[in-house]
Design a protein around this ligand. Structure first.
Ligand code: 2E7
Ligand code: F3S
Length: 319
């Protein structure tokens, strides 16, 4: 039987960002330095395959610090933690390594700086997401107000409309965030405007890559986990750009082939926590069913790299 022809448009950049690379490396190097088990508070990044692989190597994933023994090292996930977490680790005399993405730490410092200058903060983010919890947890309770939507802006009760600043989660939709910022500026004209947005380069580039694909494709597959904020935003960007079918899939077995019947052009993107082997797996699944041509659609090249913390670099450099 002849296979129907289909073109797969591969988004680039896709997959691991510099913060994810660094966070995974931190767990691997910690296992090398201290041996197993090494504890990790929260999924190091939101991807089951990454987590399973590290678990097989000896990492133990817990949600809260008190689930880890005090005599083993603990690593904080890439999403960041409230100030109370390292404080508690210190109180318990634990060895800890912070895998918070440096671009998240930058937002933490920004929040602190504004707080010291007497400004109340408004955080644009998703309630319950670990990054939002971590960033809000840099300041005392009540100092950071959360808005998730344009509608939320109307309901804000601020201390002083003349002394406000905003920060954001790093993985938000660029376009939705712009609308929320516009609503904030309209309601609070004196709000402090940051020099640079907090949405990170990787989020920006992956959303740009999906937009660049969207006029060539009839369906979009985003490889990523259901709890991955940046991956879910890619699906939304695809939908907003007109993709009738836009699916988040963890791996090839989750693809809804029925929805792809008669389709000849499919886009494949991957969230910042999705390993490239899963992209390869998806391409292989298409090749089994279609006479597949793969085309790369590259918008920009990424060259960002982050160093691992000194405590691990020293171990690696020691002969
Ligand atoms: C940390 C940060 O693990 P992810 O899927 O996380 P999100 O925040 O998108 O749910 O992706 C990598 C990552 C992105 N942002 C890690 Cl702050
Ligand atoms: Fe950092 Fe952005 Fe990745 S905040 S972990 S570089 S998605």
């Amino acid at each position: 039987m002849t296979k129907p022809p289909l073109t797969l448009y591969l988004a680039a950049p896709r997959g691991f960002c510099a913060g994810v690379d660094r966070a995974i490396k931190i767990v691997e190097m910690a296992l090398e330095k201290w041996g197993a088990p090494v504890y990790v508070r929260h999924e190091i990044v939101h991807n089951k395959f990454v987590v399973d692989r590290l678990r097989d190597m000896g990492a133990v994933f817990v949600e809260e610090l008190d689930e880890a023994p005090t005599d083993r090292p603990v690593i904080f996930s890439a999403h960041g933690v409230p100030k109370s977490v390292p404080a508690e680790a210190e109180r318990r005399n634990m060895v800890y390594v912070d895998a918070t993405c440096p671009l998240v730490s930058k937002v933490h410092l920004e929040a602190e700086r504004h707080h010291e200058n007497g400004l109340q903060m408004i955080m644009i983010g998703h309630a319950g997401h670990p990054e939002t919890i971590g960033t809000m947890g840099q300041l005392p309770e009540g100092e950071v107000l959360l808005v998730e939507t344009v509608e939320d802006v109307a309901g804000l009760e601020v201390r002083d409309p003349g002394r406000l600043a905003y920060i954001t989660q790093t993985t938000l939709s660029i376009d939705d965030t712009a609308a929320i910022v516009a609503a904030l500026r309209e309601r609070f004209p004196a709000i402090n405007i940051p020099r640079k947005e907090d949405i990170c380069y990787a989020t920006t580039n992956r959303q740009g890559a999906v937009k660049a694909l969207s006029d060539r494709i009839e369906a979009l597959l985003v490889i990523g986990a259901p709890n991955s904020s940046n991956s879910r935003r890619l699906v939304e960007v695809g939908r907003a750009a007109g993709c009738r079918v836009a699916q988040l899939v963890q791996r090839a077995t989750e693809i809804d082939w029925d929805s792809l019947q008669g389709v000849t052009a499919v886009g494949v993107a991957a969230g910042a926590s999705a390993p490239e082997v899963l992209v390869d797996e998806v391409i292989a699944a298409f090749r089994e069913r279609f006479d597949t041509t793969v085309e790369l659609v590259e918008t920009v090249k990424e060259r960002v790299e982050f160093k691992v913390p000194r405590i691990l670099r020293e171990a690696a450099e020691t002969p």
